[in-house]
Write a protein that binds this ligand. Structure first.
Ligand code: BGO
Length: 265
């Protein structure tokens, strides 16, 4: 079984990877690129490999790290993903989360740095996050080794059960209809993710995944119609919709104590 570990740079991914794998680690490079590839066996589980992915902010095609990560996730399809989220920087980190969930793989969100959150009086309503994001959410402190074993156990359970949650609906209105229209021209479990990439005119996705090259022209009128309506470019329309969704979500799920709220005002 393979569990992929995905998250932003500085989210604590290396700390978690070390905690989960101990000294059983193998380091090399991803094929064809000088991006470090690390994997290791989960402590006490010789049958479970933790595949570390490069630290990334997005699944766009702009950096080698993003391309390596998304190609791995799309082509290799790990049995489950642990998405480590820096709880002290949750809005920014959830931007990647929204994209990972679109892949439709069993995913566990591990909100890290809970020790810092506790000190600063910030509470994250994991139950509400679970309900909204449609996947399992746990809190951990990778540094203190708190909740990490349980997180790995939960990821194993999700992988064994092939448990894919209910995908959150981030897009709405005409934009959602346009994405669904593109999705209708595609096949396979990851068609939602591909549809969004095609809407963003991420043509590398066509090249890298042997999609029909005509798709580029077929979907173009769908994209331009929305761009004209929104008076913005397709990629920005998607980014704005994601942030709008995340801002609303965190306003409901992240609670600062009175003391903290006062110091922030
Ligand atoms: C330094 N709690 C706390 N408090 N810190 C954590 C936790 C946690 O649960 N998890 C990770 N960190 P990486 P990426 C550092 O290195 O694993 C800290 O990029 C420092 N270094 O210790 O490297 C972790 O792999 C000097 O902090 O992240 C590290 O994802 C002063 O978060 C940082 C303070 O973790 C990034 C911190 C010389």
């Amino acid at each position: 079984m393979i569990i992929g570990l995905a998250g932003n740079p500085n989210s604590g991914k290396t700390t978690l990877f070390n905690d989960l794998t101990g000294s059983s680690q193998y380091t090399g490079n991803w094929p064809g690129v000088t991006v470090e590839k690390k994997d290791g066996k989960l402590k006490g589980h010789p049958d479970v490999t933790i595949q570390d992915l490069p630290g990334i902010y997005s699944l766009s095609p702009y950096t080698l790290e993003e391309v390596v990560s998304r190609q791995y996730l799309v082509n290799e399809q790990p049995d489950a993903i642990i998405n480590i989220v820096d709880g002290t920087n949750i809005e920014r980190n959830l931007y990647l989360t929204t994209q990972l969930l679109e892949l439709g793989l069993p995913t566990l969100i591990a909100i890290n740095m809970v020790d810092v959150l506790e000190k600063t009086g910030v509470t994250i309503d994991t139950k509400k996050l679970e309900k909204e994001l449609g996947c399992k959410v746990v809190t951990i402190s990778a540094l203190k080794g708190k909740g990490t074993k349980e997180a790995a156990q939960e990821a194993i359970r999700l992988a064994k059960a092939h448990e894919v949650g209910k995908r959150p609906e981030i897009f709405s209105g005409h934009l959602l209809k346009a994405i669904q229209e593109i999705e209708g021209k595609l096949d396979g479990d990851m068609k939602r993710w591909f549809a969004i990439k095609l809407f963003e005119r991420d043509n590398k996705v066509i090249q890298d995944n042997n999609l029909n090259p005509d798709l580029k022209n077929i979907v173009e009128p769908i994209i331009t119609k929305i761009e004209d309506e929104e008076e913005d470019d397709a990629e920005s329309i998607i980014t704005s919709a994601r942030y709008e969704y995340i801002t609303k979500l965190t306003s409901q799920c992240v609670v600062a104590s009175k003391k903290q709220a006062k110091s922030l005002s």
